[in-house]
Ligand binder design. Structure first.
Ligand SMILES: *Cc1c(COP(=O)(O)O)cnc(C)c1O
Length: 366
């Protein structure tokens, strides 16, 4: 049996590079609470992303919750069910109500033409997702948010390093959230960030991620604990040095997949978006009228020691934990339901060999 090919593999620096990076933590004995590495990574990320403010957090999920808290949102948030559990859970856990907008059948991101019909007097925000690194219809969504005075928070967990019209995904909306989870294009082991404008908001986010403590004798908010520690920040500093190279390696994999699978009847690939520099985060394939359906392809790959991922399936408005809640109904978002039942993410990571890509495509096409 041939070696296992996982759906992803974490990108990491050389062991020695990480050891060098963490040496000063041993010397200072400052392990967390916004130390030197944390400050350094925030400043490097500001440059890399072209964002006015960057706040590092324990993970992407808490970054989303912190954004909702920082904007003091209470009410309905228009979002997409075609996302990871985190997006919908963050809204619900913060006491808001997700209102599900269907997705665009080409980019799988929120269908901007369907947003306005969902706005009520209770709507406070829009939370779209740049699915697979595909950009949302950012200009149109921005126009709608402005017109109706709604906060716009992007779940940009998939879009770190991607650019549209020369601007990074951090630059759109009132805030953009990134995940630096081990499986993402850029990782800090676990970690996340919020990008936004304004030093006042930066202070509030910093307080919120540290129990709401503003000063030694001043607790301003009912905050949680969501600080990134120094070891994770050090991993980020190392990984950022290699990121462009890793994105190039991902690109080579994606181009090979496109050559092998493009134009095959019943296999639908995401088109490249005009004006977008991709980060090649995922390689989703939609099986619609192909000789095998999605589940058959998934099983055939599994039999060949290749692990693909039904991502996103199930869609969040059909989760067991939400059964019976009004508004949680996959039939209300038929495009998201259709895509969720047919989509498969193929293995993709920096360093995946083209021979392995061929092995994967041979099984799919065989
Ligand atoms: C990974 C991910 C998250 C959550 O980020 P964590 O860092 O794992 O907490 C949220 N939304 C999307 C779309 C993601 O892919």
């Amino acid at each position: 049996m041939s070696d296992i090919i996982n759906v992803t593999r974490s990108s990491i620096p050389d062991f020695e590079e990480y050891c060098d990076e963490i040496r000063s933590i041993w010397e200072s004995r400052w392990l967390t609470n916004m130390g030197e590495k944390h400050q350094q990574l925030e400043s490097e990320l500001k440059k890399y992303l072209g964002s006015e403010e960057v706040a590092l957090l324990t993970n992407g999920h808490l970054a989303l919750e912190t954004a909702i808290e920082a904007f003091e949102l209470k009410g309905e948030i228009i979002t997409t069910p075609f996302t990871f559990a985190s997006t919908t859970h963050a809204i619900v856990r913060c006491g808001c109500t997700p209102v599900f907008c269907d997705i665009d059948p080409v980019t799988y991101t929120m269908d901007a033409s369907k947003i306005e019909a969902l706005i009520t007097e209770k709507t406070v925000a829009i939370m779209p997702v740049h699915v697979y690194g595909n950009f949302c219809n950012v200009y149109e969504i921005e126009r709608i948010a402005k017109k109706h005075n709604l906060k716009l928070i992007y779940d940009a967990a998939h879009a770190f390093g991607a650019k549209k019209d020369g601007l990074s995904s951090a630059c759109f909306g009132d805030a953009a959230m990134f995940s630096f989870h081990a499986t993402k294009v850029f990782n800090t082991i676990e970690g996340g960030a919020l990008c936004f404008k304004g030093s006042e908001l930066k202070t509030r986010v910093n307080d919120l991620k540290n129990f709401g403590i503003h000063g030694p004798e001043e607790v301003m908010y009912v905050g949680g604990n969501a600080k990134m520690n120094e070891f994770c920040a050090a991993m980020g500093l190392c990984n950022l040095r290699h990121l462009d190279q890793w994105i190039e390696e991902r690109k080579a994999v994606v181009e090979h997949y496109r050559q092998r699978l493009g134009g095959v009847e019943g296999i639908v690939l995401c088109p490249e978006q005009p004006g977008v520099d991709s980060n090649y985060a995922y390689f989703p394939v939609l099986f619609d009228g192909y000789k095998y359906d999605r589940n058959q392809v998934f099983d055939r790959l599994g039999e060949n020691n290749i692990i693909a991922r039904k991502y996103f399936y199930p869609i969040t408005n059909s989760f067991d934990c939400y059964k019976g809640r009004p508004g949680f109904d996959p039939d209300m978002t038929p495009v998201a339901k259709f895509v969720g039942e047919r989509i498969l993410c193929l293995p993709l990571y920096a360093g995946l060999s083209l021979e392995d890509v061929d092995r994967i495509c041979d099984v799919i096409l065989g």
